[in-house]
Design a protein around this ligand. Structure first.
Ligand SMILES: CC(C)(COP(=O)(O)OP(=O)(O)OC[C@H]1O[C@@H](n2cnc3c(N)ncnc32)[C@H](O)[C@@H]1OP(=O)(O)O)[C@@H](O)C(=O)NCCC(=O)NCCS
Length: 306
């Protein structure tokens, strides 16, 4: 028995903010944002728990799982509804679950940290048969909409998966990394807004992610050319292009949503995964490489046989 992803769900708030909308209040323009970041619009106005509940419901429906089937809920978020209770508790109640629930905060690497943690918990004797893993972030609420260095990048969204024991699908290799000495290049104080040294984050992110993908591929005992589907964190299309080219995975194997979502932090990888599913490439046996990075800095990669 191994563990597979049995269902995927997503949720985006209704309100769309286009680049032209942003250009009305800050000194920027649509051409610059598209060219430098690959973003056309983003969704805002989401509440972390509400988006998570909606994404989880969709993932559970696709997996054919009811509330009583879920043995554990792991919620990845860097924008909790409150300091406490944990937002996972709010989502647990919203879904009518009776299982345990906890939050993971590794900022934009959250989904990878959550995935590896969840996978490990399912392998422990007595671990859950089915586990709900969700990334949900309301980054718009942490964004200073007068700061053009960050306002162009972030948006709200949620993505969820149901993990279940099965005969198909397994985690082949992974890597989780962090360098807390880089905290000052991307952070958000209590009650404050995101502060970022964009160019420095760009440089460090490319280096960290390339190293992480390389390590995870070695752990999996495969080469970059074996990867069928590449799901990178959706922060900036130029970071995705730089990583793909350095790792040796063609851009055609990436499945991106950034143009319409911006950077949704913990939600971005499951949102890209839902896009890959819609594109029809998540076939049983496909080699899927997910990788992410963010504040901390923290990063992570998981190489999965679908
Ligand atoms: C933020 C980011 C898009 C800025 O792009 P960049 O290419 O590094 O841009 P720079 O800061 O070097 O600025 C280049 C020029 O564009 C201008 N500029 C910066 N922001 C702008 C904006 N929003 N609109 C228009 N012009 C802008 C600058 O003033 C500068 O002009 P100059 O050459 O006349 O001095 C980019 O650094 C980035 O995406 N970094 C990574 C951020 C990230 O991924 N964060 C999340 C991690 S999870």
């Amino acid at each position: 028995m191994t563990i597979r992803i049995a269902g995927i769900g997503t949720n985006l708030p209704e309100k769309v903010v286009t680049n032209d909308d942003l250009a009305q209040s800050i000194d920027t323009n649509d051409d610059w944002i598209r060219e430098r970041a690959g973003i056309r619009e983003r969704r805002v106005g989401g509440i972390t728990s509400e988006m998570a509940v909606a994404a989880c419901r969709e993932a559970m429906a696709q997996a054919g799982a009811g509330p009583d089937d879920i043995g554990l809920l792991v919620l990845c978020t860097t924008s909790p509804d409150q300091t406490f209770p944990a937002t996972s508790a709010v989502v647990q109640a919203g879904l009518g679950l009776s299982c345990g629930a906890f939050d993971v905060n590794a900022v934009c690497a959250g989904f990878l940290y959550g995935y590896v943690t969840a996978y490990g918990l399912m392998c422990v004797p007595g671990g859950p048969e089915k586990l709900l893993l969700c990334g949900s972030d309301a980054m718009a609420s942490l964004t200073d909409w007068t700061d053009r260095g960050t306002a162009i990048l972030f948006g709200d969204g949620a993505g969820a998966v149901v993990l279940e024991r099965h005969v198909e699908g397994e985690l082949l290799g992974w890597d989780l990394g962090a360098d807390g000495s880089l905290g000052s290049i991307l952070y958000c104080d209590h009650g404050g807004f995101i502060k970022m040294e964009g160019r420095e984050v760009f440089r460090k992110a490319v280096r960290a992610v390339v190293g992480s993908v390389d390590k995870a591929l070695v752990n999996a005992g495969i080469q970059a050319s074996d990867v069928d589907v590449f799901l990178p964190h959706q922060a900036n299309i130029r970071i995705i292009e730089a990583v793909a080219s350095r790792v040796g995975i063609p851009m055609e194997k990436t499945h991106n949503v950034i143009a319409h979502t911006g950077n949704t932090s913990s939600a971005s990888i499951p949102l890209a995964m839902a896009q890959a599913q819609a594109d029809g490439v998540l076939e049983p046996g496909a080699i899927v490489c997910m990788t992410g990075f963010g504040g901390g800095m923290a990063w992570g990669t998981a190489v999965v046989r679908w």
